[in-house]
Ligand binder design. Structure first.
Ligand SMILES: NC(=O)c1ccc[n+]([C@@H]2O[C@H](COP(=O)([O-])OP(=O)(O)OC[C@H]3O[C@@H](n4cnc5c(N)ncnc54)[C@H](OP(=O)(O)O)[C@@H]3O)[C@@H](O)[C@H]2O)c1
Length: 279
């Protein structure tokens, strides 16, 4: 049985969190049709005991952070992780932008929308090919030194980039794509285990990756569970440093995802699911 909690800096959080990207409009641009319903999902997550919420300035942009701020304000029992480093346009593109002045501007916007004085975990969303990576991560470190952010995280980085970043700033977490059907980033997970860094897999229950994977469907049948619940239960068993952040805009789906913590997989099932991955 793995630990249910993980320490991010001096905060201990439950390892199953909530991803707030889906609270926005279509293509993660603009406001959702029903803002009350979106705020209700956040409130419900916190009432159910979720104390790790992931968002980004680029979700909306601004919308996801604003709705979280309106729903729970600066709730000291909840670690809100946000990100900077991607611009958006009306076509929905995600455009890397790691310029230090831009990051310094964005942290002020995020503080305002999240209604807080300090960002609990500030993640560099994606390395920018047009900005020196070390300059970007150094800026995140400076924001920590200045007290605007408590902890620094990275996202969508290679092992080499993680190691480079560690020369400039203490890295609390890495957020890369990873799930039972997609193990491309296994080497980064292994590096996080070695360094005791939290690994936050995004797209943890992505249907395109997990639907149709025989082992997942068989284990789900055996537990009378959904494939998404099994995908989450496997992530929680896979490593003590993994903190999945399944995203949903629905209270029903949220509840179903949280029930994954009640599923106990046998060692043999964990092994079968691990062997089912493509990488
Ligand atoms: N760092 C990065 O570059 C990056 C990139 C992408 C995402 N993220 C973060 O990772 C989080 C999770 O990623 P994600 O949202 O792309 O993928 P995900 O959590 O794997 O899947 C979300 C999708 O699954 C659906 N869903 C959720 N629970 C369900 C359930 N119980 N039954 C059926 N469908 C369900 C959601 O639709 P409904 O809304 O209808 O439930 C949504 O379409 C995001 O919220 C965001 O915080 C980070």
């Amino acid at each position: 049985m793995t630990d249910r909690t993980f320490d991010i800096g001096d905060r201990t959080v439950d390892r199953l969190g909530f991803g707030a990207m889906r609270l926005t409009g279509e293509d993660i641009i603009g406001a959702p049709d029903d803002e009350d319903a979106a705020r209700e999902v956040v409130e419900h997550a916190v009432e159910a005991g979720v104390d790790l919420i992931d968002t980004a300035d680029s979700y909306g942009p601004g919308v996801s952070e604003r709705l979280i701020g309106e729903a729970i304000g600066d709730d000291e029992d909840v670690l809100v992780a946000t990100k900077a480093g991607l611009l958006r346009n009306r076509e929905g593109d995600w455009l890397p932008h790691g310029d230090p002045d831009y990051i310094r501007n964005q942290v002020l916007c995020s503080l305002d929308r999240l209604r807080t004085d300090t960002i609990d975990l500030y993640q560099f969303h994606r390395p920018d090919p047009d900005t020196d990576f070390e300059e970007s991560v150094t800026t995140f470190g400076e924001l920590k030194d200045e007290g605007l952010v408590s902890e620094v995280g990275l996202s969508n980085v290679s092992v080499e980039q993680l190691e480079t970043a560690r020369d400039h700033v203490e890295v609390a977490t890495v957020q890369n794509r990873y799930n039972v059907g997609d193990r491309e980033e296994s080497d980064v997970l292994e590096a996080c285990e070695e360094y005791g860094i939290g690994f936050i897999p995004w797209a943890p229950i992505n249907g395109d990756d997990i639907d149709g994977v025989d082992a997942v469907e068989k284990v789900a049948d055996d537990h009378d569970a959904t494939t998404r619940q099994i995908a989450l239960a496997w992530l929680l068993e896979r490593s003590d440093v993994i903190l999945p952040i399944p995203g949903t805009s629905s209270v029903d789906h949220l509840e179903s995802n949280l029930e994954a913590t009640e599923i106990s997989l046998s060692d043999e099932e964990v092994e079968r699911l691990t062997d089912a991955g493509s990488n």
